[in-house]
Ligand binder design. Sequence first.
Ligand code: NAD
Length: 272
Amino acid sequence: MGVTVNLLDGNAIPAVGYGVYQVPDDAAEVALRHAIECGYRSVDTAAMYGNEAGVGRAVRASAVPRSELFVTTKLWNDDQGYDTTMRAFEKSLSTLGLGYVDMYLIHWPLAKEGKFVDTFRAFQKLKADGLVRSIGVSNFTRAHLEELIEATGEVPVVNQIELHPRLAQNELREFHASLGIVTEAWGPLGQGSTLSIPEIADIAAAQSKTAAQVVLRWHLQRGTVVIPKSAAPERIESNFAVFDFELTDEQMTLIDGLDTGDRIGADPDIMW
Ligand code: NAD
């Protein structure tokens, strides 16, 4: 599986995966096939993305054995709750056309609806039944995590959150580390917005790398799992070519200093 990060449950997740948000179903199949050829062994989809079918086709068609690929999908907001989660998972699994998924995430906490504990109990059942290997969450704050762990007695292995040089999430990352939760960055490139930051461009020039490679390397050196998205074949390839160089301490510190706390996506505390 290449470079991986260990999860609390004994499984391991590839450090760099391919994200397919906003990639149409047919294009996702083609792009994921290419990503796997480039060395990716992990894909991040979601019921809400509408491309689980294309992702599943690429996984099934691949010459790489299923056991060497890591497939993540997510439960959408409308399906939170125990029974609804069980039904939504069955639908995702059949759309993917797979026998199991490696990781299932609660897409958003939706704390006001008060259903994420029941939802996670369904996740525990799916794991016990062998249909899901690892269970985690996405867009959870510290308070959401504390409530979930207190109620279920289980620590989600991953929290996938918006994280990039403008939103370094240092407090939440420290909290994750204290519990052994792996931090996974969505929007790791700030959806492209971090690539024109002059400090990053300067480091890229000094390292003879692209700005995207520098940002991804910053994440990896902080122990964060990344799932960059691109539809362009050459970018898919170069975004994975991040294991043959290292940022210096000074370069890391310079990028650490770019944190303004600015979000691109919704704030989980005020969303719905
Ligand atoms: P990203 O930070 O990965 O940026 C993607 C954009 O950056 C691309 O559309 C492209 O315009 C640009 N880009 C990518 N590689 C580049 C390169 N080498 N050079 C120049 N530009 C490049 O943003 P994202 O797609 O939002 O996030 C990645 C993945 O995270 C998604 O595909 C999805 O799987 C996941 N995600 C999860 C959530 C969630 O709520 N859990 C939300 C958003 C995204």
